[in-house]
Design a binder for this molecule. Sequence first.
Ligand code: ZN
Ligand code: ZN
Length: 259
Amino acid sequence: MKGIIHIHSEYSHDGKVSLENIKRHTIDAGYSFACITEHVEDLRGDKLNRFIDECEKLSDDKFLFIPGVEFSYSFSHVLVLGVGKNLSYDYENWPETLKSFKNKYLMILAHPYKARTKIVPEIVDLVDGIEVWNSKYNGKNVPSFTAFQLFQKTKLNRNELLAFAGLDFHKYSHFGGPFVSVVSQELDAKAILQNLKDGEFKIYSRGVSINPTHNKLPLPVLFESMFFAILMPALLFLNKFLSKIGFNVPLKEKIRNRI
Ligand SMILES: [Zn+2]
Ligand SMILES: [Zn+2]
């Protein structure tokens, strides 16, 4: 059963696509489920209930929306999957809130190396996994080298830690990133979330396959992620230098889009 993780719909202030259209595109791409992760601050009042209701209404025997939210704490973002209308949290006390989620929901540290994000050790200790591959911010074609290093380092002390991949989808151009394939043949949120929590899934994208329980990347994938980690910042630096001495090379955006 194939699906995608880390999706924002119009329920998030920066999401551009409705749940209905996300469903259509996800089915067209051959996936059976989508884990939606709306910014929790955008679901105040009765919006959380409306979001959960719409996820349920649009789910059927061929497609499933798994509702979730994205918390931000001290520039650290955490995806919380499998939430319902009873989600309770304290805006004033994120660490306690996240602690209360442990073993209740699936928690993933999102895009650890997006600009300005901060690695908060107490949060890294709480999550079930790290989004080593975020096709919007951390690794366009392969997992991010630095995010994977954080995963490897943390896994030394927490062997159960898993690697995850997400799209951070906000608009149509964000489709086409990594997807997951879970063991379950049942289109059921509980079964799929259990697979994700137990590491019974694989990550795929454009011929690349990654086992979320392994602390090593396949060699060709490792080389490609190192290549991007070294070459792209060097090209960005060169581009900046050239523009300083008067050569305006319009490469910046092109390079950014490839990292
Ligand atoms: Zn985020
Ligand atoms: Zn996000």
